[in-house]
Design a protein around this ligand. Structure first.
Ligand SMILES: CC(=O)SCCNC(=O)CCNC(=O)[C@H](O)C(C)(C)COP(=O)(O)OP(=O)(O)OC[C@H]1O[C@@H](n2cnc3c(N)ncnc32)[C@H](O)[C@@H]1OP(=O)(O)O
Ligand SMILES: CC(C)C(=O)C(=O)O
Length: 513
């Protein structure tokens, strides 16, 4: 038995069986090229007999891909197999993957065939496929729920008929790791010619155990091919996730003792491409490829990771294609992470007392604001806070009109010291119109470096919008923050708050000069 694990990616076939994940030929080709960069051993490009579109996709992928074997699925009949062979013709390295259900339930209720008929059809279609190509994979569909005696008979016959890979699917995600591993080991031990084929696992995630079952199939059962998909995409609850299998085998080489051809640094790019193409968002806490997989938000973990990364990380973010791990500052962060961020932002404080004061202000802010930007920290330590009593500019009223097809218009009333000012302007949008209106009176000439909106409360449309505006003028950079359920109002408040900071700095400079 070899110590290499073959990675068979079926994102373009089983992954596409997820409702809503259908892909065009060009999209499949783009993903296939990324899978080749990832160095997967086999790309299951589709099911050539299922439609002309899929036939063309398999054909285009077989022509384009040179470094991975390209495979098409086929039912166990001559027409499907011929169609697969035709689509794969001319490819550098190709495989036909045929399947036929062997469980009593599927044979009787779905195929309406007797076991003997299934046995014969499996044998004959394998032989037919083998006459068309050297590389033939056979899958007894619903294999894990099949009678082991019958399965042994079928598998022995298809090996004799020329199958080079035997894949044992847990089609409905019913398996339990130890039982699945033993199931495969038992088959391999009982079938006399079992070592003539490579054994493979194909697990679904209905009970959330696709990866665990696949690993047990490898460790206990001796399988040397895993069928998997990027982001675990696939029929119903999905398939075994490629990124998890690969990183489990790689990270725990001490346990599995297996090598892989995969270039793991291509995992995150592949995940992003599949997610963007299918519109299936990756959950933030998804292993390896989720946005939080290498992010630390709590002070004790941040402190540990900053002192020695492996205190809380078992893999390096860079190794799977992230640019770096993330220290996310928020209300659970501690002093050490805060100090580190100040250092990264180029801020050196004079004393511990100063750091402690800034940290206290930071904690206070983090209690109110879910996302802390670097600009917030800069503002916190560089800008003197402007309290309500010292506000020079204050929003009094705002109204705006925007109608489809018409340029938005805003009227703003605001206080500037003792004066009440009224201004109006058009703009590209209501926010633009409101800020331009303010600027017609203030004439700050400041350049806007950042404008961002986020929801402070829950992610519903009832949330408070919080706007951050970053202005630059005369070599100074200031941030203004404003919140309101109406984001146009929040924007005007943020803009005025930034203008207040510029104003108070100007006053200070004037006083010093
Ligand atoms: C476990 C899996 O993921 S298997 C792969 C599942 N993927 C797909 O089904 C996607 C592609 N499928 C398709 O485009 C279509 O289903 C096609 C083109 C394959 C077949 O379409 P149709 O001819 O209209 O048949 P339909 O889908 O309604 O029914 C499937 C037929 O295939 C038969 N069949 C199912 N599996 C197999 C098999 N492995 N070998 C031979 N025949 C099979 C069924 O018994 C049924 O036959 P019947 O029409 O005589 O009752
Ligand atoms: C065709 C086979 C491998 C399959 O997808 C399954 O049984 O889930």
């Amino acid at each position: 038995m070899t110590d290499k694990l073959i990675i068979f990616d079926t994102t373009l076939r089983d992954g596409e069986q997820s409702p809503g994940a259908s892909m065009t030929k060009d999209e499949k080709l783009r993903i296939a090229r990324q899978l080749e960069r990832l160095k997967v051993n086999v790309i299951e490009a589709g099911f050539a007999a299922s439609s002309n579109g899929d036939f063309e996709a398999v054909r285009a992928i077989a022509q384009a891909i040179k470094d991975s074997t390209v495979c098409s699925l086929a039912r166990a009949n001559d027409r499907d197999i011929s169609r697969a062979a035709e689509a794969l013709k001319g490819g550098n390295s190709t495989r036909i993957h045929l399947f036929l259900a062997t469980s009593a339930l599927h044979m009787e209720k779905k195929l309406r065939m007797t076991p003997d008929q299934v046995f014969e059809q499996a044998r004959l279609s394998t032989r037919f496929a083998r006459n068309l190509t050297e590389d033939v994979e056979f899958s007894p569909e619903d294999g894990y729920r099949s009678d082991p005696d019958f399965l042994c008979r079928v598998l022995e016959a298809v090996i004799d008929a020329g199958a080079t890979t035997l894949n044992i699917p847990d089609t409905v995600g019913y398996a339990i790791p130890e039982l699945y591993g033993n199931f495969i080991r038992n088959l391999r031990e009982r079938i006399p010619n079992s070592d003539k084929a490579i054994w493979s696992v194909h697990c679904h995630n209905d009970l959330g155990m696709a990866v665990a079952n696949s690993l047990a199939g490898v460790k206990i059962g001796g399988a040397r091919q895993v069928e998997c998909t990027i982001n675990g995409l696939g029929e119903r609850a999905g398939n075994c996730a490629l990124e998890e299998i690969v990183m489990a085998v790689r990270t725990r080489k001490d346990y599995f003792g297996l090598s892989l051809d995969i270039d793991a640094s291509q995992i995150v790019p592949a995940s992003r491409l599949v997610s963007q193409t299918t519109g299936f968002v990756v959950q933030p806490n998804k292993a390896v490829v989720g946005a939080n997989a290498f992010a630390h938000a709590s002070g004790i973990h941040q402190d540990g990771v900053l002192k020695a990364r492996d205190t809380y990380e078992i893999m390096r973010a860079e190794d799977v294609g992230w640019t770096a791990n993330k220290i996310v500052l928020g209300k659970l962060s501690g002093r050490n992470a805060f100090k580190q961020r100040l250092h990264e932002l180029g801020i050196e404080m004079e004393s511990e007392a100063e750091i402690n004061a800034a940290f206290a202000k930071f904690k206070e802010l983090a209690d109110r604001k879910s996302d802390i930007f670097d600009e917030d920290i800069l503002a916190l330590v560089m800008d003197e806070s402007v309290t309500t009593e010292h506000e020079h500019y204050r929003l009094l009223a705002l109204s705006q009109r925007s109608e489809t097809g018409e340029r938005p218009h805003a009227r703003v009333a605001f206080a500037a010291g003792e004066q009440e000012l009224h201004a109006e302007s058009d703009g590209n949008g209501p926010v633009d119109a409101s800020l331009k209106a303010i600027e017609t009176q203030v004439k700050s000439g400041a350049e806007m470096l950042l404008y961002s909106v986020n929801a402070i409360t829950s992610g519903s449309t009832e949330s408070q919008g919080e706007v951050t505006v970053r202005l630059q003028h005369g070599g100074r950079v200031v941030n203004g923050v404003g919140s309101d359920p109406d984001i146009v109002v929040a924007s005007a408040k943020a803009y005025l708050s930034a203008l207040n900071k510029l104003h108070s700095k100007n006053e200070r400079v004037a006083a010093q000069g």
